[in-house]
Design a protein around this ligand. Structure first.
Ligand code: C2E
Ligand code: MG
Ligand code: MG
Ligand code: MG
Length: 287
């Protein structure tokens, strides 16, 4: 019936929806070229220990779009996941991180750094994921413990048996694992004891409010205590203020990442941060 068809059609002419779909289609098309055109870049955000020493960095992808400028991963990673483009992109990130670790091999300071790489679900669930990581490390002749893989709870819980097998293989090989955004998912004690996890990364949504909200403070305290009891290291993400740092320190969390220490920056800036923080006269002045 014409009337009905007309009504149904209205749904497709929603201009806001239409615009969103078009933007997405254009972005998807652009993203297909982004790798080949070398528009994807890696930023590095320092991770520090209790003495303020840089122990490594999280590798965070950015898209230098010719028209749109720097596009956030929050915008294009979901698109990359939906389209499967996350597979070549994820491989490129892993390869680039390993190439960087290799390039630092003979540097007195930077040869000790660890790089944390984010792994998305589709990437992890590929049958040969563990083998891919092993091959990449071997190709650059790297010690596997320089690489830390950040997984989310939902990724691990998609298929816990698969996660156990792959993580164990990589762990036996020497690769380290961090549970990203910890506390936002299911956070079950059961799976924590079944998986070879080295680090819990406390989600920034809790860290943001630890000095304001009693319940967030309790959650963070609990996560830190839980990690400690299980012999897992804890790191806080999104540390922005000295007050947050003091609280975390007091509760026994000794590794930090956040704007208080440094924002994600291009490689050259991160290298400069490392060289600066390793200056002996600077250390002497502070102690
Ligand atoms: P994430 O892995 O949880 O990364 C932490 C995010 O928090 C980063 O956002 C970082 O810039 C931001 N951040 C760090 N410190 C602070 C702080 O003190 N305050 C605030 N407000 N934010 C802070 P970014 O770089 O936009 O990345 C967003 C997400 O995109 C990441 O969240 C990660 O899930 C994903 N992502 C980034 N790079 C990759 C990648 O190479 N592969 C995959 N699969 N995902 C990636
Ligand atoms: Mg992460
Ligand atoms: Mg995170
Ligand atoms: Mg997060």
């Amino acid at each position: 019936q014409a009337k009905r068809g007309g009504r149904n059609k209205l749904l497709f002419y929603d201009p806001v929806m239409q615009a969103a779909l078009e933007t997405r289609a254009v972005l998807e098309c652009d993203l297909r070229c982004a790798l080949a055109e070398q528009q994807l870049v890696l930023y590095y955000q320092m991770q520090v220990n209790q003495t303020g020493l840089i122990i490594g960095a999280e590798v965070l992808i950015r898209w230098q779009h010719p028209q749109r400028g720097l596009v956030s991963p929050l915008e294009f990673i979901p698109l990359a996941e939906d389209t499967g483009l996350i597979l070549p992109i994820g491989k490129w990130v892993m390869d680039s991180a390993c190439a960087q670790l290799k390039a630092w091999e003979h540097d007195p300071v930077k040869s000790k750094l660890q790089l944390a790489v984010n792994v998305s679900a589709m990437q992890f669930h590929q049958e040969d994921f563990a083998e891919q990581v092993r091959r990449t490390l071997a190709r650059y002749d790297l010690s596997p413990n320089r690489l830390k893989l950040e997984l989310t709870e939902s990724l691990v819980l998609d298929d816990i048996e698969d996660a156990i097998v792959k993580m164990q293989q990589l762990r036996d090989f020497g690769v380290r694992f961090s549970m990203d955004d910890f506390g936002t998912g299911y956070s079950s004690l059961y799976y924590l004891t079944k998986l070879p996890i080295d680090q819990l990364k406390i989600d920034q949504s809790f860290v943001r409010n630890i000095t304001l909200s009693q319940s967030d403070a309790v959650i963070v305290q609990t996560i830190i205590g839980m990690a400690e009891s299980l012999g897992i290291e804890s790191i806080a993400e999104g540390v922005e203020t000295e007050e947050q740092l003091r609280f975390l320190e007091l509760q026994g969390c000794h590794l930090y990442q956040g704007y208080f220490f440094g924002r994600p920056v291009p490689l050259a800036d991160f290298e400069a941060q490392c060289d600066y923080s390793a200056q002996p006269d600077l250390q002497a002045k502070e102690s």
